[in-house]
Structures are given as C-alpha cells and as structure tokens.
Design a protein. Structure first.
Lengths: 121, 121
C-alpha cells in the first residue's frame, strides 16, 4: 500500500507565502522521487487539507502521513488537524492517517534553525 | 560592539507553544555560549519584541539581528516587524537592527524539514 505525505500549513492571503512549502515538497521529491506528496492548507490557500487528502486517495494512497509545517503545536495542530483527519478517515473507509509532531519540534530542524540564526548571511 | 540575536515569534496563549523557541535558544548557546540571545514575541507571550530589544540594549548590545522564527514571510514579518524595529531604533539612538529572512526560507532549514517529513520517527 502506498504511503503519501501531506505538508500541512496554515495558509495566508499572499500566494508567495506558500513558496517555502513548495520548496520542502521539491526537496522531498529530490531525495524520494516516487513519494506522493501534497501541500494541504488549513485556510486561505488551495489545496485545502481535505482536497490534498482526496487527491492522494484518488491516486491510490492507503496511508497518509500529515506533517504539520508549524513552529509549534497550537490549537490548529492540536484540535483542528486531528478533527479533520478523523473526518477524512470517515469519508474514506480503509484510509489510515498518521499525524507527525510539527517540524518545529524536531531536533534536527531546531539545530538547523539555530545554525541559521547564528549566521543568516 | 556586541551583537545580539532575537528569535522573533508570533506567540500563543498556551505557554507550551514557546518550547521550540527555548530549544533554539539553547542550541545557539551550546555552539556560541557568549551570544546574547533573547526570545521576542509579537503578541500573547512575554517577553515582547520591545522588551527583548530593551533587555539586550541594557546589556550593552549595539547591534541586534532579529531572526523571524516563521515558516514564511506574511504581514507580521513584512510589515509589523520592520515597523517595530524602526521604532526601536528611534527609541535607542546608536542601535542598529538587522532583520534576517524567516527561518522557513533558509535552504538548510528546508532540507532539514524535508528529511524530517520523510521520516518523522
């Protein structure tokens, strides 16, 4: 069964705001070109999280790992996301969704942010 | 002249939300123990950005690098932050403030987020 990834972001009015998300997706595809990976936004941007989930399921994905591209776990990550994931599993029987900790809590990401802060050049 | 760093975050109601910021600060101090480094929040959390700036200046810092701990540059980073930095430089003659690109736009951070998304453990 194919596993897909959704990079879950907040969304914003300005389309430029999505650029780092597109760059994360491109970096994933560089190291794992076969991975089905979509962006999915909470609000203000397309595709929505629901659209991203539906797109992966239509492409034959049976398991989805949702990775919150958030600095920390606020209510969007702790409440909105699990609720929407539960609704999506109701909508797609047989689909499994795993929710990762937000990227900002990963030690490797924290170390990269610290190194950047010391030398933003 | 000593240069200080401010890790600039949005802020949230739940104190736990600040933990990744404290971890970034700790990682900076591990590799550069002498660096004056403060957290500074836009809203909802203490210390505020202004408080962080004042604290560094009182400690003898003449130049501050503000690093936005944001995934992407939205209006908080593009509008609120430069305005507050300009006000702070008016308030503290002789102080220089540099504003870095948000961490989420740094290639090293994007690569770390992509690696984490592929293997969140």
């Amino acid at each position: 069964m194919t596993t897909g990834i959704i990079l879950f972001g907040h969304g914003a009015r300005n389309p430029e705001w999505a650029e780092p998300f597109q760059r994360i997706r491109a970096a994933i595809l560089r190291s794992a070109p076969q991975t089905p990976v979509e962006l999915g936004f909470l609000e203000l941007m397309q595709p929505s999280l629901d659209e991203a989930i539906d797109r992966l399921v239509q492409g034959g994905v049976g398991r989805i790992s949702i990775v919150p591209i958030f600095m920390a776990a606020g209510s969007h990550v702790k409440k909105d996301l699990p609720q929407r994931a539960a609704n999506a599993m109701d909508r797609h029987p047989g689909l499994t969704i795993d929710i990762a900790a937000p990227v900002g809590e990963a030690t490797s990401v924290i170390d990269a942010m610290a190194a950047y802060a010391l030398n933003p050049g």
